[in-house]
Design a protein around this ligand. Structure first.
Ligand SMILES: Nc1ncnc2c1ncn2[C@@H]1O[C@H](COP(=O)(O)OP(=O)(O)OP(=O)(O)O)[C@@H](O)[C@H]1O
Ligand SMILES: [Mg+2]
Length: 536
């Protein structure tokens, strides 16, 4: 009998003329966690889709051995029955269904006679949520009530509810903050102890280093190396991934910060289904020309709600006003179209739901906001459009075989670059980026940070929401911290530590916050504009 639970040998997968996987070998033992690393488009998700049966036998070449025997599976259902469970990179939840219904989809608990046993499902779902340290989630509510981070946890709960012998996690933590990631990694350690094997895919390499026993690196569809984690460190993984060393992650060029050009005043957002509940509670802040403002907070703190309200994309009732270049707009009358016309653009957190238009190709997605620039009477100047698209593809080093491919065929990180290109073409004055490097590899992350610094130098004001504190501290001039819908801190980013930001994020009361503050001087939210002017 083989030492390995799973062996994939010589896997080759082509899409049209493009070879996405070129003879990949990986193997995993029971109780082992294998990290699978590689740049955007390297082939990680494709390899896992081959394994989990998304791509049926016959559409790829090679051999999959399961407990030493050829894996006899024709579909995802078969691989699930064997105990191979996958958490996909893109969320697969049905937005209108409840958290519990999503967790039990296809595995519903029924009463004799076939009716759904909701009490049993709610009980088990709530138990899973407690395991994930998310006891506040109401499992009877539709998942669309919850933001990206919570939805990712629902996906994880759904997988944990199945009897996995091999659990594949494809970017499970891209919308999670440090505390939820810590819970997730503990759960993986528990599973390993019970003999469950894991394949862990993440661009957050410190997670890979923390939980994986072995790391396999692939590049351009080829297997580069498989190495025990104890013989590797994060820098060595990066070098294997990109084939060179990356020295400076964050740009250190100075950029000038000018006058206040944008202001949010007393923004409040009410829950779409529970109007008594405030998701964002009376937040005000200012933003200067050429300034990069980071917004930090825990999952569910209200960060995404706040920025979508500013952009006019918040689904519930909202109050307050924004000022852009001296023009006032009431938040409840903002619409994305008007915002873009005013020069306020946003790259949303949920790429699949709000970022891409899945039926359009790569180029059409990129030119969506500026299509009128190419209209000549009643026609589109396709040549000019293509030239622009090619320019953007080159500028962002977006990896696609052609601009005419469906956007959905790109790897996750490259879809993100396309969404970014779309908003850059609209020439924003204020650019909101909600988790801009979600699922983006290290090299491309550094490129995005450089791009942000370039834009700031050109006078664009940037608001960046991010779950990665290192990123917030690495690129921001100033950091707002939001907790439970309220502004908990407004820090100039000089010698600011992760601990200071985190303390503000988890703190309950502003009073105790004051006593814990250890960072540089902080302006009070209400007086943000005035104090800031002095401190700059
Ligand atoms: N359905 C498809 N049609 C055409 N090409 C595809 C399809 N799916 C994937 N590809 C291509 O296969 C390659 C590998 O993509 P894959 O999604 O596996 O990358 P990845 O390593 O998971 O990247 P990321 O880190 O961005 O998620 C990419 O070049 C991608 O464009
Ligand atoms: Mg992927």
């Amino acid at each position: 009998m083989s030492d390995y639970l799973l062996e994939m040998q010589g896997i080759v997968k082509d899409f049209g003329g493009v070879r996405a996987l070129d003879g990949i070998d990986i193997k995993v033992r029971a109780g082992e966690c294998l990290g699978l690393c590689g740049e955007n488009g390297a082939g990680k998700s494709t390899l896992m889709k081959v394994l989990s049966g998304v791509y049926p036998r016959g559409s790829w070449q090679g051999e999959i051995l399961w407990q030493g025997q050829p894996l006899q599976s024709q579909s995802m259902r078969d691989t699930e029955a064997a105990g191979i469970i996958i958490i996909h990179q893109e969320l697969m939840l049905v937005q209108q269904l409840s958290v519990a219904e999503n967790i039990f989809m296809g595995h519903e608990i029924t009463l004799p006679g076939g009716r759904m046993n909701y009490p049993a499902m709610y009980r088990r779902a709530a138990e899973l949520m407690r395991e994930l340290k998310m006891p506040d989630i109401n499992v009877a509510l539709p998942v669309m009530q919850y933001g990206g981070g919570h939805q990712q946890l629902v996906e994880i709960a759904k997988a944990l509810n199945k009897q996995a012998r091999l659990l594949i996690l494809d970017e499970p933590s891209s919308s999670l903050t440090a505390s939820e990631i810590a819970v997730l990694l503990d759960i993986i350690r528990d599973l390993k102890a019970k003999g469950v094997a894991c394949v862990y895919i993440s661009h957050k390499l410190d997670e890979v280093a923390a939980v994986c026993d072995t790391v396999a690196v692939i590049r351009d569809g080829k297997h580069i190396a498989t190495t025990p984690m104890r013989e590797m460190d994060v820098d060595q993984i990066i070098t294997q991934m990109v084939g060179r060393e990356i020295t400076a992650m964050f740009p250190d060029q100075e950029h000038d910060i000018g006058e206040v050009m944008f202001e949010a005043r007393n923004v409040t957002c009410y829950d779409a289904d529970n109007p008594a509940r405030k998701r964002v509670d009376d937040i005000s802040f200012t933003l200067r020309r050429g300034e990069i403002l980071g917004i930090a907070g825990l999952v569910g703190a209200g960060r995404t709600e706040l920025v979508s309200a500013l952009f006019g994309a918040y689904p519930g009732r909202s109050e307050g006003e924004i000022w852009l270049d001296g023009v006032k707009v009431r938040v409840d009358s903002c619409t994305p179209l008007n915002s873009i016309r005013m020069g306020l653009c946003m790259v949303p957190e949920d790429r699949k739901q709000h970022g891409i238009v899945p039926d359009l190709n790569v180029g059409q997605n990129i030119t969506l906001t500026v299509l009128k620039d190419f209209s000549r009477r009643s026609r589109i100047d396709a040549e000019a459009e293509l030239k622009t698209v090619q320019g953007e593809i080159a500028r962002l080093q977006l990896k696609t075989a052609s601009p005419f491919l469906p956007i959905t065929s790109l790897s996750g990180g490259n879809q993100q670059k396309a969404v970014l290109a779309k908003m850059l073409l609209a020439r924003p004055k204020v650019l909101i980026l909600d988790e801009p490097t979600r699922g983006v590899d290290v090299g491309a992350k550094a490129e995005i940070y450089r791009l942000m610094a370039d834009l700031a130098r050109q006078g664009v004001a940037i608001i960046m929401v991010s779950s990665e504190l290192a990123e917030v501290l690495g690129v921001s001039d100033r950091v707002l911290v939001i907790g439970e819908g309220k502004l908990r801190g407004n820090f100039i980013n000089q010698d600011l530590s992760q601990e200071t930001v985190l303390a503000a994020a988890i703190d309950q009361s502003p009073q105790s916050l004051a006593s814990q503050r250890t960072g540089p001087p902080i302006s009070q939210p209400a007086a943000a504009a005035g104090n800031l002017r002095e401190s700059l």
